[in-house]
Design a protein around this ligand. Structure first.
Ligand code: PRP
Ligand code: URA
Length: 211
């Protein structure tokens, strides 16, 4: 059974763009653009329950009560490297968002995350942290990143990933049952190297043109 913390965003636009993203024939420039577009659509869902506050607005005709998201409420936290590909698109939705960075890479032999960088903006009790990483494979990287965020005092955290494997989803619900996980696709399995099948390959390499 899928954990209640998981949301698979199956909107037709997301599915359409995911098929393009997965294709081995999609070149770097288009891949980057698609990562941003899908991240935008997932961020829309992941922030559906954000609190809003009333604000007085004067239209050309009269004054009314509108609503706004409190300033500085959102902090974006990409997991380096591949999460960087999602930042600009989500930041376009939340122009006042702070951005923290968590540097982690997977040891290719053990698949365990290795931490090399951690810097986040000053904490605030009400802040909502959107952790960004296109791939949730074993879940080791996301779980470790979120554990570090929590150690720093973050309380309200959501993970946004493009593709998840069942193992990563299980790991997240076990280690962080309080964290919502928003994905565009839940794939079949991991291969023996910890890659998601069918997946899309190595997200960092495809984003940055490395191999
Ligand atoms: C990829 C991906 C995730 C991680 C997922 O990063 O961007 O951070 O693997 O795997 P996991 O769920 O098994 O931990 P990678 O380690 O390849 O680093 P990179 O982004 O710097 O290429
Ligand atoms: N990291 C990736 O970039 N792709 C995978 O399939 C698994 C981990």
């Amino acid at each position: 059974m899928l954990p209640s913390t998981l949301t698979v965003v199956s909107h037709p636009l997301v599915q359409h763009k995911m098929a393009l993203l997965r294709s081995v024939d999609t070149p770097t420039r288009e891949f980057r653009q698609l990562v941003g577009e899908i991240a935008t659509l997932l961020a829309y869902e992941a922030t559906r329950t954000l609190e809003i506050e009333p604000v007085k607005v004067t239209t050309p005709l009269e004054t009314m009560e509108g609503h706004r998201i409190p300033r500085d409420r959102i902090v974006l936290v990409p997991i380096l490297r591949a999460g960087l590909g999602m930042v600009d698109a989500v930041a376009a939705l939340f122009p006042n968002a702070g951005v923290g960075h968590i540097g982690l890479y997977r040891n290719e032999a053990t698949l365990e995350p290795v931490s090399y960088y951690f810097k986040i903006p000053p904490l605030g009790a009400d802040k909502v942290y959107l952790v960004l990483d296109p791939m949730l494979a074993t879940g080791g990287s996301a779980s470790a990143a979120i554990a570090k965020l929590k150690e720093s005092g973050a309380k309200r955290i959501q993970l946004i990933s493009l593709v998840a494997a069942p193992a990563g989803v299980e790991r997240m619900s076990r280690d962080h049952p309080d964290v919502g996980v928003f994905v565009a696709a839940l794939d079949r399995q991991l291969n023996e190297h910890g890659y998601i099948l069918p997946g899309l390959g190595d997200a960092g390499d495809r984003l940055f043109g490395t191999t």
